[in-house]
Design a binder for this molecule. Structure first.
Ligand code: HEC
Ligand code: HEC
Length: 343
């Protein structure tokens, strides 16, 4: 039976239509945006990341043990000097690739606080604050907003709607361990770092096959693709530089379903009867207004994760609650693609 089926399927591949239809039917159309959390399926009952412990080390991550990382000097484009993979991933002082591109870092950002197990903020968010899809871009965030969010993490009012998301648990543990002075120094530092564009949106039916590394999507070798379905999949253009050298200037290709940007634009600019025009609070070009954060051009994976967290009540936000209440996965995909397409 299996052999006959395989033969039919293979024949289908040549004559095309039957197999194409089968493939389209398989395109993932999740009801909730689990893709934004690094997963392609909903959490199963009891599936949860372990809690991050205080005291030290806070990390409940399982990073490659640093001594095992390669210690051969390598260079990133335009960087004044080389660092090794091992140096790029040091917990208490990761490589500062572009020292001329940012103001002087306070210790909490460049080194963290080893005695409390708080790893350097720049390890995950980078010295330039661009962050990555599985964490957050913190460059040019208003300092008051940054401090407000640390407070929410600390008081249990900001969690992840996906219990599997380990690095949010680490972020919460760190927020609890920071002194007010350290929090303020980090907030003021990142508020002073300039924002730079991070990537282009490509509307497509298929995406390169990929794997998830702690929520970061990395393309697999080869030409194989899979249907995008109702998801945004963003991947770095130089995956090895990002994964192994923690490239702070990574640029991304952001794959979104065909037609997303237009649909998202309609929702974000008019509300479309489902939500509210974003510019009212986030400023006319969505670059932020007073202490309301900028949302243009940032990671659509992160943006969607936050909107879903707010909808589910995992992240408390009195003003955003009504904005996201009626949005579906398809709306999140559309809004995410539109926001990412803005300069
Ligand atoms: C292990 C990686 C990691 C480290 C180290 C880290 N963060 Fe984070 N941070 C995260 C993740 C992940 C998120 C997003 C959480 C989510 O999406 O649920 C985040 C989000 C944030 C946000 C919210 C940004 C926004 O737009 O709302 C702030 C503020 C923040 N981090 C500050 C810090 C500070 C300050 C430090 C250093 C003391 C730090 N982080 C170190 C992983 C990290
Ligand atoms: C009524 C005012 C208001 C409107 C309208 C609004 N927002 Fe917000 N938004 C906020 C505020 C304020 C915050 C900061 C978080 C908080 O205070 O809870 C925020 C935060 C966010 C965040 C989290 C940013 C981060 O760095 O974590 C996202 C994403 C977001 N808004 C998206 C949108 C989108 C998309 C729209 C339009 C569809 C929109 N917002 C409309 C007030 C608004």
């Amino acid at each position: 039976m299996r052999k006959i089926l395989t033969t039919i399927l293979l024949a289908g591949a040549v004559t095309s239509t039957p197999l194409l239809n089968a493939q389209q039917a398989e395109a993932p159309n999740p009801e909730a945006p689990w893709w934004a959390y690094g997963f392609q399926w909903a959490p199963k009952a009891g599936e949860e990341a372990r809690e991050c412990g205080v005291p030290t080390p806070i990390s409940c991550f399982n990073p490659r043990p640093i001594p095992q990382l390669e210690d051969v000097p390598r260079i990133l484009p335009g960087a004044p000097k080389p660092f090794s993979r091992k140096q790029a991933s040091e917990w208490w002082g990761p490589a500062d690739w572009y020292p001329n591109d940012h103001p002087a870092m306070p210790d909490i950002v460049s080194k963290g606080a080893e005695h409390k197990g708080v790893r350097a903020c720049s390890l995950c968010h980078s010295a330039l604050g661009k962050g990555r899809s599985e964490n957050s871009s913190v460059a040019a965030l208003p300092a008051a907003y940054f401090l407000q969010q640390l407070e929410l993490f600390k008081t249990g009012q900001r969690k992840s709607a996906d219990p599997r998301k380990l690095n949010t648990k680490e972020m919460i543990a760190m927020a609890k361990a920071l002194s007010p002075e350290e929090a303020k120094a980090a907030a003021e530092y990142y508020a002073s770092v300039a924002w730079t564009p991070r990537g282009k949106v490509v509307e497509t039916a298929n995406v390169p096959k990929f794997r998830s590394a702690g929520g970061l999507y990395l393309p697999l070798e080869g030409e194989a693709t899979e249907p995008i379905g109702m998801r945004i999949i963003e991947m770095p253009n130089r995956p090895d530089d990002l994964e192994y050298l923690r490239d702070p200037k990574a640029d991304w290709t952001i794959y979104a379903p065909v037609g997303s940007i237009e649909k998202g634009k309609a929702l974000a600019t008019t509300g479309g009867g489902k939500t509210m025009a974003c510019g009212v609070c986030h400023g006319p070009n969505l670059k932020g207004l007073a202490s309301v954060p900028p949302i243009a051009g940032r990671s659509p994976t992160y943006m969607t994760r936050q909107m879903y967290d707010m909808q589910q009540g995992a992240r408390v936000s009195p003003l955003m609650k009504a904005v996201v209440a009626k949005l579906t996965n398809e709306d999140f995909v559309a809004i995410g693609a539109y926001l990412a397409s803005l300069e």
